[in-house]
Design a protein around this ligand. Structure first.
Ligand code: 13P
Length: 241
């Protein structure tokens, strides 16, 4: 799975150009998705209708409905035909105070509506330097595994080392594989479906470094930020699979 996380980027004209560029490059040998800002969900749904390019949101509420001004529920997203919802992106953990428990609750809410959560985990540079990277990722994943129970196998996990996001510094294939193998082992302890689960890498993935990351045994795709905003770059990564 190669999923684009557009973050807070886009406009009617830019989206139309990007989506038509992606559609024109089909077929791909992998699952492909774009996670767009809320206001553009319906135009993405229209543009991608009838294609195998999937689309999703970048966050949702842990609640189903109610007095939560500014929030969007998984139920609303499901009405649009949305397939994925990113939850627990490091930018939301850092800038919106999202805790492991809230992220787990959001993942549960997404699954309850039949959508697939893309659950992001990853350590900061400080945590890596202190030698707590593995413990951090394990703790983040544990909360979600605990909340999802027998549905654990239905989520997608994205390992995004915070120090690699938007910095141009990519984890080496070996660094990424090491963490992905630990994530796989943790999932194996929780579900019989772990070997079939998609564990994505995110953090400065580009067309020229994608192949070496994706060649690793436990790297099953990418969650792409900056390079998802230009069709040629995004398509280049999809082709690298
Ligand atoms: P970049 O690809 O821009 O580093 O962003 C990665 C990311 O945060 C995807 O969710």
């Amino acid at each position: 799975l190669v999923a684009g996380n557009w973050k807070m980027h886009g406009s009617h004209s830019a989206n139309a150009e990007l989506l038509s560029g992606i559609l024109a490059a089909r077929p791909f040998a992998c699952d492909v998705a774009v996670c767009v800002p809320f206001p553009y969900l319906s135009e993405a749904a229209v543009a991608l209708a009838g294609s195998d390019v999937r689309w999703g949101a970048q966050d949702c509420s842990a609640h189903d409905k109610g007095a939560y001004t500014g929030e969007v529920s998984a139920a609303m997203l499901a009405e649009f035909g949305c397939r994925y919802v990113i939850v627990g992106h490091s930018e939301r953990r850092a800038m919106h105070g999202e805790t492991d428990q809230l992220v787990a609750d959001k993942a549960k809410a997404v699954l309850a509506r039949g959508l697939t959560p893309i659950v992001c985990v990853g350590e900061t540079l400080g945590q890596r330097e202190q030698g707590t990277a593995q413990a951090t990722v394990k703790r983040q994943l544990s909360a979600v595994i605990h909340a999802l129970g027998h549905c654990v196998g239905e989520m997608v996990v994205a390992y995004e080392p915070v120090w690699a996001i938007g910095t141009g510094v990519t984890a080496t294939p070996e660094q990424a594989q090491e963490m992905h193998a630990l994530i796989r082992a943790q999932l194996q302890a929780a579900t019989a479906h772990a070997d079939a689960m998609q564990i994505l890498y995110g953090g400065s993935m580009k067309p020229d470094n994608a192949a070496s990351l994706l060649a690793q045994q436990d790297i099953d795709g990418g969650l792409i930020g900056g390079a998802a905003l230009k069709a040629a770059d995004f398509v280049g990564i999809c082709r690298a699979t």
